[in-house]
Each structure stands twice: as C-alpha cells, then as structure tokens.
Design a protein around this ligand. Structure first.
Ligand code: PEP
Ligand code: MN
Length: 330
C-alpha cells in the first residue's frame, strides 16, 4: 500500500494519473489531512505529483491505523469525553438495556461513582436464539434518555447496518462486537455513519486482524476508532475468555489508535472483574468497558459477570488510585 499525504484539497492531477494506471485508489480526509491511498504498490510505481507532500509505503497489512505516517496518539472524542489522553475513561452500564427503571438506576449509580460513558446493549448478539435478544430501538431510546438525564454520552452495539438510522439518532458511540469484528460490510457502513466507533477484537482474531478491521472503518474517512481487547478463545477454562493483556500492549505499539479493555466478558464471573480491570489499566488501557447491573442476579444476560453498583463504586476508587500512581487520572 501507498499513502500519499497531500498538500491541499486539489488532487485532480494525481487522480488522473492513478486513473490511467491499473491501481485501485481512494481519496479521503482523516484527522484534517487530505490523503490518497493506492494499491498494489507495483501498479503505482513511479507515480509522483506536485500535490503530494509525503509518500508513505508499507509492507504491513494496514496503513491508516498504523503509526508509520501518524506518530502522535489519536484522541477519540465522544461528545466532550476524550479517549486516548491522560485520563483513563470508564464506560459502564448494563450488559443489556432491560427497562427504563433498570437503566436509569444504573446510569445514576455509575455516574455517581465516576464513569464518563454509559454503556448498554439494545441489540444483543446471543449464542442461542431463545435467549433475550434485547429491546431493539426501544432500548436505544431508553439508553439515550438515561444518558441525557445523567449527562453521560452513550455507547451501544450495532448488529445490522439496517439499524444505522437509529444509531445515528440515539447513540454517541457505536460498538462493533466481537462477533462482528470481521463483518467487513458492517465495518464499512459504520465507518460511513461517522460516529466514534468502539471496535472489539473477535474471539479468534489476532491483534493484527483487529487493526485491519479498524482499517475498514478508517477507509470511509472515520478515524475515531477505539480498539477493544475483550478476551479471546483459548484452551483455558478458568476464565470465560483469555484477556490478552500482552496483545493489547503489543497492539498499542502497532497503532496510533487508543485501546479499551473489557474486563467483564473475559472474567465471566464478577469476582475476577476488579483484578482484570486494574491489570488492564496498569498495562496502559486508555478506556475500560465494565458491565454493571442494579441487581445482577436477575439480569437477562451475562448475570454472573455484572458488578453491583456498590462493587463498581469500589472499583472506581481503586482505578483512580492506580491511575494516579501511573501519572494518569480516572
Ligand atoms: C457486550 O459488550 O455486551 C458484548 C456482547 O461484548 P462482546 O462482543 O465482546 O462479546
Ligand atoms: Mn455482556
């Protein structure tokens, strides 16, 4: 791949040259820069143009998400919340939005404890079709209302591009779940939506594959992507998934994008969530995604791993203490 960083908006002569070559190409704007991507390298050999400020070539499988052209860490803004700067951002809320009362109760509790974003699934990817599938658009509306009442921006998972309109209307950040991490048409569609994206790693994907998935979103001109380590499938059964802290640390060196860690899904049991959350912060996570339910024992999904509001409050205190030791805040 070749990335041309352009001097200004006029790229007509470069476009003509690329058109008359056999290259595939795409012009886009990312982080305020005009860019042109072209591939494969062999097809663009020798193409130069006066509109080009810098040419970046890579042998890697990704370029937009990589740090060969962009050295400064990207800060993703969700309303006024900045992910990827000094502050460790905590998103918390129920696995699934179940009712107005449940969502409002938990929203108030996580806000009080110091969370910056409210999470809640309205469209739930369940292994069994007989399990609770989420409230759909009604769930998004409930989440939006709870977010507005508490002043917390909201993040929720999209399963199907046909729901993009509802996400445009009600969500501040769009989550792509582990099961859709390589749903390439959905990635492109979510890229086009233009909202900040929380992109989870697939259960069987490498860190490099996760970064390539981010590349799909970014190719649509959306650079506001937060990568999320949420555990992978391994032979180990003592946790629900294996939280790949090492993979997250390595991933942070491969990209300028910020990293989130989800300690809840790999834990599978609430007893493990604090330790996995703290380990993630110690290893450099810029954001945490934590499941909290007012009464986890009656939750309609992921009942065993959701924290009570009291336990979340204690976790926030511990995160704040650790962040300050690390020269960060929370
Ligand atoms: C979730 O965050 O509720 C979720 C379904 O996560 P994952 O895609 O990581 O399983
Ligand atoms: Mn869940």
């Amino acid at each position: 791949m070749i990335l041309y960083i352009l001097k200004g908006k006029d790229h007509s002569s470069l476009k003509e040259k690329l058109k008359s070559s056999s290259a595939s190409f795409k012009f886009l704007n990312l982080y305020g820069k005009e860019l042109a991507l072209a591939w494969p390298d062999s097809a663009v050999e020798g193409i130069t143009d006066e509109s080009v400020e810098l040419v970046v070539k890579t042998k890697k499988s990704y370029i937009l998400a990589g740090n060969e052209w962009k050295k400064d860490p990207t800060v993703v803004k969700v309303k006024d919340v900045e992910i990827g700067s000094k502050r460790v951002v905590v998103a918390a809320g129920p696995c699934a939005v179940e009712s107005e009362e449940q969502t409002e109760t938990v929203a108030k509790a996580v806000k009080r404890a110091g969370a910056s974003l409210l999470r809640g699934g309205a469209y739930k990817p369940r292994t069994s079709p007989y399990s609770f599938q989420g409230l759909g658009e009604e769930g998004l509306k409930i989440l939006r209302k709870a977010g507005d009442e508490t002043g917390l921006p909201v993040v929720s998972e999209i399963l199907d591009a046909r729901d993009a309109g509802a996400f445009a209307k009600y969500a501040d950040m769009v989550q792509i779940g582990a099961r859709n991490s390589q749903n390439f048409t959905l990635l492109r569609d979510v890229g086009k939506l233009g909202k900040p994206v929380l992109l989870k790693r697939g259960l069987g994907n490498t860190v490099e594959e996760l970064i390539q998935s981010a590349e799909y979103v970014m190719m649509e001109g959306n650079g506001n992507v937060v990568l999320c380590e949420r555990g992978i499938r391994t032979f180990e059964k003592s946790t629900r998934f294996t939280l790949d802290i090492g993979g997250m640390v390595a991933g942070k060196l491969m990209t300028h994008l910020p990293f989130c860690a989800d300690p809840s899904h790999p834990a599978g049991k609430r007893e493990l969530v604090h330790s996995l959350a703290l380990a993630s912060v110690a290893a450099g996570a810029d954001m945490l995604l934590v499941e909290v339910h007012p009464r986890p024992e009656v939750a309609l999904s992921d009942s065993e791993q959701q924290l009570t509001p009291e336990s979340f409050e204690l976790l926030m205190e511990r995160i704040k203490a650790l962040a300050s030791v690390l020269g960060r805040s929370a």
